[in-house]
Design a protein around this ligand. Structure first.
Ligand code: TYD
Length: 203
């Protein structure tokens, strides 16, 4: 596939959605064909599954991961692959790394099972580059509160769970260092966005 697939990852309230949007805007103004999308979501089935997941109070972790990979398969076939074929830079707010952390590390679904689902859904496909955003519990908690939306299960997680997810993503940045970079987002939106842009230009 000739385009590039760039993913944003990290815990709740670290600024992924904002920074993914800023990078997409910056690439577009540099005349790069850009497509911004998110997971779970991206197309009709994925967005429906996202709504279902947000609505469901107590969902079995295996059921949850299967729903997420069903959404991912649809997203991959209908949006990601065709856009890459058309030479787009596809920027995705979360991808399968989130499943490894949330369903694997946090909810204890085995990594082997997750990787089997990954193989079924997207084969050997991998992101070309992953930007993992990192912030302290206090910063992210403040941002979520300021957002003023109705928080979901993951938004409301306590410090212990947040720190488990945070350390999982930090470790992931080390393990996947060939395709990822860890960026601290404690500073202002503009400073972080500039840092991401510089990293990106160095690629
Ligand atoms: P998020 O991008 O944080 O959206 P919002 O701004 O609406 O809170 O992500 C939605 C949630 O989906 C997030 O809490 C993490 C979860 N998620 C998983 O548990 N596994 C996955 O594979 C993905 C992609 C997301």
């Amino acid at each position: 596939m000739p385009g590039k697939f760039i993913t944003f990852e990290g815990g709740e309230g670290v600024g992924k959605s904002t920074q993914a949007k800023l990078l997409a805007e910056r690439l577009s103004t540099s005349s790069v064909k850009t497509y911004l999308t998110r997971e779970p979501g991206g197309d009709v089935i994925g967005e429906e599954i996202r709504n279902l997941l947000k609505k469901s109070e107590e969902i079995d972790p295996v059921c949850e991961v299967m729903m997420i990979f069903a959404a991912r398969r649809d997203h991959f076939v209908k949006i990601i692959s065709p856009k890459l074929e058309q030479n787009y830079f596809v920027i995705c707010d979360r991808f399968y790394d989130s499943s490894l952390i949330y369903q694997g590390l946090l909810k204890r679904v085995s990594i082997e099972d997750i990787m089997r689902l990954k193989q079924m859904a997207i084969g050997t496909f991998e992101p070309d580059f992953t930007i993992i955003l990192d912030a302290s519990f206090d910063t992210s908690h403040r941002r979520i509160t300021e957002r003023n939306l109705i928080p979901d299960e993951y938004d409301l997680m306590n410090r212990k769970k947040y720190d488990l997810i945070r350390s999982g993503f930090q470790k992931m940045a080390e393990i996947f260092s060939f395709r990822s970079v860890l960026i601290n987002t404690e500073k202002s939106e503009n400073i972080v966005s500039e840092k991401i842009w510089k990293t990106f230009q160095n690629l």
